[in-house]
Design a protein. Structure first.
Length: 151
């Protein structure tokens, strides 16, 4: 996914298109093209991202992040983004116990997507601390405070 106009730091890029919540009674429909890699996991739930947001790629040096506001989420610019630039998010934010896979996305890439905020380096956790969702902070407050405390 790419921006069509320049976006300033802190500016909303777009509201994330959430198709529906995935539940035990309403599972993913693989025959309809629904896939777990198009899902997000807010506040212990699972939601299916729709087009075009499901095409946002991971980066270990992301230019955007997902901001949660009540029942909506938005992509917000983490830094200035030039027209035509790809929008990227770090999949390690607001998640624990996720899956791992190899990655070679950016010069500061550690070599894999870790799938867990708390397995990131302390430096990266501190950097991402302001981007964490309120629900994630509330659920993991003690661990966040320990892991991001300045020594």
């Amino acid at each position: 996914m790419f921006v069509v106009r320049s976006v300033r730091t802190g500016e909303r890029i777009s509201q994330v298109n959430i198709v529906r919540e995935i539940t035990r009674d309403s599972p993913l429909r693989e025959n309809a093209g629904e896939r777990f890699d198009h899902c997000a996991y807010p506040d212990n739930g699972v939601v299916l991202w729709g087009w075009p947001h499901r095409h946002i790629n991971h980066s270990c040096d992301p230019n955007a992040y997902e901001s949660f506001e009540e029942q909506c989420s938005y992509l917000v610019a983490r830094r200035d983004i030039s027209a035509g630039e790809e929008i990227t998010c770090d999949y390690n934010i607001n998640i624990t116990n996720g899956t791992r896979w190899p990655c070679r996305c950016a010069p500061r890439c550690p070599g894999e997507v870790i799938g867990d905020f708390f397995r990131l380096s302390t430096q990266r956790q501190r950097e991402y601390r302001p981007l964490l969702a309120r629900w994630f902070v509330n659920r993991h407050r003690d661990q966040i405070e320990r892991s991001t405390a300045v020594e």
